[in-house]
Ligand binder design. Structure first.
Ligand code: F0G
Length: 467
C-alpha cells in the first residue's frame, strides 16, 4: 500500500456521539468536546477498513521504527494510518512514545505471576503517558488556529500540555487544585512557560471550570474529554503489540483516574481487532486508589446486580465527593470519561478494582527493586494484579502487561516518606513499608562502609515483605 492511498485520512474520519440513542456525527474540524445534541462523550471514528492490508501496515510500521523522518520517529505518528489527520499536516511532536517494555521478575514474584512485563509510559518526554495524547491534541488545536490551550490537571496533563504548547508557540493555561500537585510536576509547567493557575478546590472543580471556559472560541480544551487526545493515546496499544511481536497479551492492567487512558487503550485494541491484527481483545483491568474509586464501586455494584454483560445500559456513576489518596495523580472523584472506559472494560471481560494506600506504596517499592521507578498512581497496577491472582481472576501462568504511567521523579517526596517511615494520608498513622530502605549514617571510614555493604550482602536476593 502506498502512502498516497491514505494521505487524506481526515476525509475518512468523523466525531461521533457514543450514546447509542443519539449517535450524532460531526466533522473533525468542529471544536466541540461533548455532543452538542445530547451532551454525551464524543469519539473519533476512522474508517479502519480503508487503512490498507494488515500485513502491509505491520511491515510499514516496523520499517518506520528505523527511519529518521520526524513523523516516523514519533511512536504516535508512526501509526498515522489510524489517526484522523492528513499525512502532510504540520505536527507538534517531541518524539513521544517509543517507551520500553521491561521484564520485571521481582514484581512478578511479588504478585504471584510467572512472568510480568511493564510498559513504562513514564519514559515519555515529559515523564508521563500524557504526551502520546498531547501531540495529537495540540496538533489539532494548531490546525484549528486556537490561541490558548487549557486543561484541568492533577499535574501530569498540565506538564505535558505546557510542553507541547511551548513547542507550538501557543499560550497555555493550566488549572490545578492548590496544594495537591507534586512540586516536580508544577516545576515542569512553570519551566515550559504555562500560566499556572491554582484554585482553591479539587481537581473535579477545576475540570468543571475548564469545561465552562471551553465555550470561549479562542480556547482549546486539552483534557481527555477531547477525543483527539484519545487518538494519540490509543497508539500505545499498537506500539505494545508491535513490541510483543503481535502476540496478544491476555491481561492489560492500568491505573484509572479521569478514565481517559483506559478509554484510549480500549479504542486502540478495538481498532486492531477490526484490522484483524489481533483475533480477540485482551482483558483490560483498571485499578483505582481505595479513597478515590467511583468506578470500582460502580463495577462492584454491577457485579452484584449482574448487569455486566455488554454495558449497553449503564447506571449512573456516583461521584466520590471528597476523594483521598496519596497517589495524587488519580485523586479524582468524578471521572469525566467513565462511560467510554467502562464500555471498553466490559467488552474486554476485564475488571475495575480498588487497592489500599499500603498496597500501592509497597507495590511501588517492589517495582523500584526491578530497577524501574514509577510514580505512585502507576503502582496501583502491581497491587491490582496481586489481588486478581489471589481472587483467581488472573492465573499465575497468564501473560500480563502493566502500564506504568508516570516516572519515579514525578513525586520524590512520596518516595522519601515511604523509605523514612513518614508517609501518611491525612491523620492516619504512617504507612509501615514492607520494603523500606532508609539512608544510613556511616562514619567517613572505609571499614564502616565495607561493614555496611557486608551486612546488606547477608540479606540480598529478592526482598521479602517485612510485614
Ligand atoms: N497515572 C498517572 C501518572 C496520571 O497522571 C493519571 C492521570 C493517571 C494515571 C490516570 O489516567 O486520568 O486517563 O484515567 N492524570 C491526570 C492529570 C488526571 O491531570 O495529570 P486517566
Amino acid at each position: 500500500m502506498s502512502e498516497h492511498a491514505t494521505e487524506t485520512r481526515s476525509a475518512n474520519a468523523v466525531q461521533r456521539c457514543i450514546i447509542a440513542e443519539c449517535n450524532s456525527v460531526y466533522g473533525i474540524r468542529e471544536r466541540i468536546y461533548v455532543c452538542p445534541r445530547c451532551g454525551g462523550p464524543l469519539e473519533i471514528q476512522c474508517r479502519v477498513e480503508s487503512c490498507g492490508d494488515a500485513n502491509v501496515l505491520r511491515k510499514q510500521w516496523a520499517e518506520r521504527a528505523g527511519s529518521n523522518e520526524p513523523r516516523d520517529r514519533s511512536g504516535v505518528w508512526r501509526y498515522r494510518e489510524l489517526l484522523p489527520f492528513d499525512f502532510d499536516v504540520p505536527i507538534v511532536s517531541l518524539f513521544e512514545g517509543n517507551t520500553p517494555l521491561y521484564d520485571a521478575p521481582r514484581s512478578a514474584e511479588y504478585c504471584g505471576l510467572q512472568d510480568l512485563q511493564l510498559k513504562h509510559l513514564g519514559c515519555n518526554p515529559t515523564g508521563s503517558f500524557k504526551d502520546a495524547g498531547m501531540t495529537t491534541a495540540v496538533t489539532h488545536a494548531s490546525l484549528l488556529g486556537a490561541r490558548t490551550v487549557v486543561c484541568a490537571s492533577t499535574g501530569n496533563t498540565a506538564a505535558s500540555l505546557a510542553a507541547y504548547a511551548a513547542r507550538a508557540g501557543m499560550q497555555c493555561a493550566i488549572v490545578v487544585p492548590q496544594g495537591q500537585v507534586t512540586a516536580a510536576k508544577l516545576a515542569q509547567s512553570m519551566d515550559y512557560g504555562a500560566a499556572v493557575l491554582e484554585i482553591d478546590g479539587s481537581f473535579d472543580d477545576a475540570m468543571r471550570l475548564v469545561q465552562d471556559l471551553a465555550d470561549d472560541a479562542s480556547i482549546y480544551l486539552a483534557n481527555s474529554i477531547n477525543p483527539f487526545r484519545i487518538e494519540g493515546q490509543k497508539t500505545v496499544a499498537f506500539e505494545l503489540l508491535q513490541q510483543c511481536g503481535w502476540k496478544l497479551t491476555e491481561h492489560i492492567v492500568l491505573p484509572g483516574g479521569n478514565m481517559g487512558n483506559s478509554s484510549a487503550l480500549a479504542k486502540g485494541f478495538d481498532e486492531l481487532l477490526q484490522l484483524r491484527l489481533i483475533d480477540r481483545l485482551p482483558k483490560l483491568h483498571v485499578i483505582q486508589a481505595e479513597g478515590s474509586a467511583p468506578m470500582a464501586h460502580m463495577f462492584a455494584e454491577m457485579q452484584k446486580n449482574l448487569v455486566t454483560q455488554d454495558g449497553s445500559v449503564l447506571p449512573d456513576i456516583v461521584p466520590v465527593v471528597d476523594p483521598k489518596t496519596l497517589a495524587t495523580a488519580i485523586k479524582i472523584g468524578s471521572p469525566i470519561s467513565w462511560k467510554k472506559s467502562l464500555r471498553g472494560v466490559l467488552r474486554s471481560g476485564g475488571r475495575v478494582l480498588a487497592v489500599s494506600e499500603q498496597e500501592i506504596a509497597d507495590a511501588k517499592a517492589i517495582i523500584g527493586r526491578d530497577g524501574i521507578g514509577c510514580e505512585p498512581a502507576s503502582a496501583t497496577t502491581i497491587a491490582g494484579i496481586r489481588r486478581m491472582i489471589y481472587s483467581g481472576h488472573i492465573d499465575r501462568a497468564d501473560s500480563v502487561v502493566a502500564l506504568l504511567t508516570g516516572h519515579v521523579l514525578k513525586d520524590p517526596d512520596y518516595v522519601n516518606g515511604y523509605h523514612n517511615g513518614t508517609l501518611s494520608l491525612g491523620s492516619s498513622p504512617p504507612i509501615k513499608g514492607a520494603f523500606t530502605n532508609r539512608p544510613e549514617r556511616v562514619a567517613a571510614k572505609k571499614s564502616a562502609i565495607l561493614e555496611s555493604i557486608e551486612r546488606r550482602n547477608q540479606t540480598r536476593g529478592v526482598p521479602r515483605a517485612k510485614n
